[in-house]
Design a protein around this ligand. Structure first.
Ligand SMILES: O=C(O)c1ccccc1NCC(=O)[C@H](O)[C@H](O)COP(=O)(O)O
Length: 244
């Protein structure tokens, strides 16, 4: 079993209890559920998504004791375009409470970074105040991806569709706008930034291309921006002091 398969299997098991604890009707009653989501917009400059992530399967101590409020303030003062908040608990040390807290402290779009495999989680994302949701092609069948994508749009959320390999492009909805290329191999957890360049020519021209994982410097952002990537999802570098 790969790390992703294990995370997704655990997530599906946990969801059974979560759904019993909080019904869909209760989610729809949450104040944020009816809030108008913020639509992410690019403006000709690199769209930087700074991520709040305490730990990960590839790094058990990114910044374990980071203060969320302080980081959100810091990210906003750096002029981030959006903030990604890990809500997965067992492998990343995040929580829904983190995202709710971030929501009350910033006005930029918030990406809910989790492993979404069920429509309940899309409603939950809306209820906790997310504006964007991550849909990982490697963990979804094509029809599942289409259904979760459509539901996100219906609720006013912006889906960020993520691929790790070129062959996953066959699963992405035709109307995908935000398309992420993740340089991390989910079997080995190693990153390979040459993937950004290799996959780029195959990406549909109408998409906003997001380079994800292992970006450490302004030079890399500028180079990838020059190539055609418009957005950058950056976690560890910002959790550990900023871009070089
Ligand atoms: O980072 C991991 O170890 C990981 C393992 C399994 C699934 C996903 C994983 N990472 C999630 C991400 O995609 C990153 O948090 C995101 O792209 C930011 O990457 P980085 O700038 O390298 O922190």
């Amino acid at each position: 079993m790969t790390v992703l398969e294990k995370i997704v299997a655990d997530k599906k098991e946990a969801l059974v209890a979560t759904k019993q604890r909080v019904s869909l009707a209760q989610l729809k009653d949450e104040a944020f559920y009816n809030r108008k989501s913020i639509e992410p917009k690019t403006n000709g400059k690199p769209f930087i998504i700074t991520e709040f992530k305490r730990r990960s399967p590839s790094n058990p101590d990114i910044n374990l004791h980071a203060d969320l409020s302080q980081k959100v303030r810091e990210y906003q003062s750096l002029g981030c375009s959006a903030i990604s908040v890990l809500t997965e608990t067992n492998y990343f040390g995040g929580s829904n409470a983190d995202l709710i807290s971030a929501r009350t402290k910033c006005e930029v779009p918030i990406l809910r970074k989790d492993f979404i495999v069920d429509s309940y989680q899309i409603h939950e994302s809306k209820a906790i105040g997310a504006d964007m949701v991550l849909l990982i092609a490697a963990s979804l069948e094509k029809q599942q991806m289409a259904d979760l994508f459509d539901l996100s749009l219906e609720l006013g959320l912006t889906p960020l569709v993520e691929i790790h390999e070129e062959d996953e492009l066959s699963k992405i909805p035709e109307n995908t706008v935000w398309l992420g290329v993740n340089s991390r191999n989910l079997k080995t957890l190693e990153t390979d930034k040459s993937k950004f360049l290799k996959i780029y020519p195959q990406l549909p021209s109408h998409t906003i291309k997001v380079a994800e994982s292992a970006i450490k410097s302004k030079t890399e952002v500028d180079e990838l921006f020059g190539l055609g990537y418009s957005a950058f999802l950056i976690g560890e570098a910002f959790m550990q002091g900023g871009l070089q």
